[in-house]
Design a protein around this ligand. Structure first.
Ligand code: AMP
Length: 281
C-alpha cells in the first residue's frame, strides 16, 4: 500500500491504471476510521481491481464555529487498518494543494443542500459537493462508496453526479452500529460515559418511530412528537431536528403512505450526532 499526498501524482496514478483497463473503487473519508468506513472499503475491495481511500479533513465543509481543528486525526492507525484490508492507495493531501490561496470554484446542489443538516450547517454541503467533485476528478473512480449513515450527503452526491454527468457509479452501504445500536461515527470519541449512554436516544427514537409506523400510525407530526418526548428524557440530549421526508427530494412528508426517510440530529452535550432510518408504512 502506498500513501500519495500530491493531487497531481494521484491523478497520474489513476489515469495510468485506467489506461491499463483496471477498475477503481474509491472510498472518500475524513479518517479516524471505524467499522463503518471499513464496511465501505471491504465492498470496494470485493468489486474492483484497485481500491483508493482518501483521508482528508475537508476545511470547506466545516463552519467557522465547528470542530475542524479538534476533529480526530490518526493517519498511522488508519493506514494500518487500510493495509490490512488490502487497500492499494491512501490519498492524503494537505489543504494547500486542494484549496490554494486563489481558490474560487464551488459546487452547490440546490434545495437538497438547504434542508435538514444544511439548514443548521450553512455551507456544509457546498463544501462536501465541492471536495467530492475534486476528488472524483483526481481519482477517476468507476465506483465510489458512501454510507447511509449520512443519508442526505449520499442523496446530494447522487444528484450531483446525475446533474453534472460525472462518470462514476455511487453505491450506498448500510449504517454500521455498535452492539447497543449507536451508529458508529468518528465524533463518538468526543462523548464521555454519561453522554455515551444518552447518545443511545438516537437509535431508540428511530426504533420507536419504526414501530409506530408498523403499527399503522401515518401522521408524521405524531411520530415526531413522540421522538421529541423521547429525546427530552435524556439529560445531555437536545434535539436539533427530526424530519420525515421524501427519499428522493427531501421534501417533508405529512402522511406516511410509502417508504420515506426519518432523519434526526441531536446534540449530546457539545457533540452533534446524526442518524436516520427508512420508515415503512
Ligand atoms: P466521514 O469520514 O465521516 O466523512 O465518512 C466517510 C464515509 O463513511 C461516508 O460515506 C459516511 O457516510 C461513511 N460512514 C460513516 N459512518 C458510517 C457508519 N456508521 N456506517 C456506514 N457508513 C459510515
Amino acid at each position: 500500500m502506498k500513501i500519495i499526498n500530491n493531487p497531481k501524482a494521484m491523478q497520474a496514478f489513476s489515469q495510468n491504471q485506467r489506461r491499463q483497463g483496471k477498475t477503481i473503487g474509491f472510498v472518500p473519508t475524513m479518517g479516524a476510521l471505524h467499522e463503518g468506513h471499513l464496511s465501505l472499503i471491504r465492498q470496494a475491495r470485493q468489486e474492483n481491481d484497485i481500491v483508493i481511500v482518501s483521508i482528508f479533513v475537508n476545511p470547506a465543509q466545516f463552519g467557522p464555529k465547528e470542530d475542524l481543528r479538534k476533529y480526530p486525526r490518526n493517519l498511522r492507525r488508519d493506514a494500518k487498518m487500510c493495509a490490512k484490508l488490502g487497500v492499494d492507495i491512501i490519498f492524503n493531501p494537505d489543504s494547500k494543494p486542494m484549496y490554494p490561496q486563489n481558490y474560487k470554484t464551488y459546487v452547490a446542489v440546490e434545495d437538497l443542500s438547504w434542508v435538514l443538516c444544511g439548514k443548521f450547517r450553512p455551507g456544509h454541503f457546498r463544501g462536501v459537493a465541492t471536495v467530492v467533485t475534486k476528488l472524483f476528478n483526481i481519482v477517476s473512480p468507476d465506483v465510489s462508496y458512501f454510507g447511509q449513515k449520512d443519508a442526505q450527503q449520499a442523496i446530494i452526491i447522487k444528484k450531483m453526479v446525475e446533474d453534472l454527468d460525472i462518470p462514476v457509479r455511487i453505491e450506498v452501504m448500510p449504517t454500521v452500529r455498535a452492539e447497543d445500536g449507536l451508529a458508529l461515527s468518528s465524533r463518538n470519541t468526543y462523548l464521555n460515559e454519561a453522554e455515551r449512554r444518552d447518545a443511545l436516544v438516537l437509535s431508540q427514537a428511530l426504533h420507536i418511530a419504526e414501530d409506530l409506523a408498523q403499527a399503522g400510525v401515518r401522521d408524521s407530526a405524531k411520530i415526531i412528537r413522540c421522538i421529541k418526548g423521547c429525546v427530552r428524557k435524556r439529560k445531555t440530549a437536545r434535539l436539533e431536528y427530526a424530519s420525515i421526508i421524501d427519499l428522493d427530494d427531501l421534501t417533508p412528508v405529512k402522511a406516511i403512505t410509502e417508504p420515506c426517510l426519518l432523519a434526526l440530529a441531536v446534540w449530546i452535550g457539545k457533540t452533534r450526532l446524526i442518524d436516520n432510518t427508512i420508515i415503512r408504512p
